[in-house]
Ligand binder design. Structure first.
Ligand code: PAF
Length: 283
């Protein structure tokens, strides 16, 4: 495995390769990231993992300064996973001048965007830049960051980027907590409480699947239960999987998404669901 820090070194390392699979990360890797690398390997071409803590996607007061930077440990995990190249640029390589042009995605004020102004513009902008720096044929993203994945798919389509996005299911701990770099911020009491978020999402998903259609009531009941257990809920919302907007009567496929804080740690999670269809009489 090679570790490179500049686009020039990356080009040299990739000389002769016309297809690569990119796994963009901000480092502090865990098993969920390694699953993304494994998904990338199924494309059958060299895998480039990028590690870059992108200042553009952090708002004032967020954890940019404290975001764990663990390059040596990350490289050890990536090497072990059989990753071919790690691209770890510094801030001046990615932003040699102030980034006055930015991608302005839709839904930027919805869901997480409502609580993290500028976040998705920062994500889309850096991913577009990473796409141009690495020029991959494939790029892999996890479904845990559902809104991010939704917007990156739309960006790739609408800008006609010749890159196929590969999705990866959320990896969970044994108690169903979605793996996240931010789980490391939780105290042991908070860690014990944390699986409740997904449990509430599952409860809403199950109710929808079995025919309940009062979205607002389900959202409010789950939000209340979380609050009773000490959560500060940013949102818990049923959305259309097609549009990520509040569902219309025509929508039969939904995703339930939530972001909520336990102490100082903000966790996000989601679950896809849909109306159970009648069992077909043939296999
Ligand atoms: O999901 C992340 O880790 C980041 O948002 C990404 C896609 C690497 C962009 O900085």
């Amino acid at each position: 495995m090679r570790l490179v820090h500049s686009v020039a070194e990356l080009r040299q390392a990739l000389a002769g390769e016309d297809r690569t699979a990119l796994v963009p990360t901000m480092g502090n890797l865990h098993a969920g990231h390694i699953a993304l690398v494994e998904r990338a390997q199924t494309a059958g071409c060299p895998v480039v993992a990028s590690i870059f803590v992108n200042p553009l996607q952090f708002g004032p007061g967020e954890d940019l300064q404290h975001y764990p930077r663990t390059l040596a440990a990350d490289c050890a995990q990536l090497e072990n996973a059989g990753c071919d190249i790690v691209f770890a640029p510094d801030v001046t390589e990615v932003y040699p001048e102030p980034q006055t042009f930015q991608v302005q995605p839709p839904l930027a004020d919805e869901l997480c965007g409502a609580f993290r102004p500028g976040h998705f513009a920062g994500v889309c902008t850096v991913v577009l830049k990473l796409f141009e720096m690495v020029r991959p044929r494939y790029a892999v993203f996890g479904k845990k960051d559902y809104q991010q994945l939704f917007l990156l798919k739309a960006m790739t389509r609408q800008f006609n980027l010749d890159i196929e996005l590969l999705e990866c299911e959320t990896l969970r701990a044994e108690d169903d907590l979605a793996l996240s770099s931010r789980n490391g911020y939780l105290s042991s009491a908070e860690r014990a409480e944390a699986p409740r978020l997904y449990a509430e999402l599952k409860r809403v998903a199950d109710a929808l699947r079995s025919g309940t259609s009062n979205f607002a009531e389900l959202e409010a009941a789950s939000t209340d239960r979380l609050k009773q257990h000490g959560w500060q809920v940013d949102y818990l919302s049923v959305r259309s999987r097609n549009t990520l907007l509040p569902p219309t009567a025509a929508d039969q496929e939904w995703v339930v998404l939530a972001a909520a804080r336990l102490g100082a740690t903000r966790l996000i999670d989601n679950i896809e669901t849909g109306r159970a269809t009648a069992q077909k009489p043939w296999p």
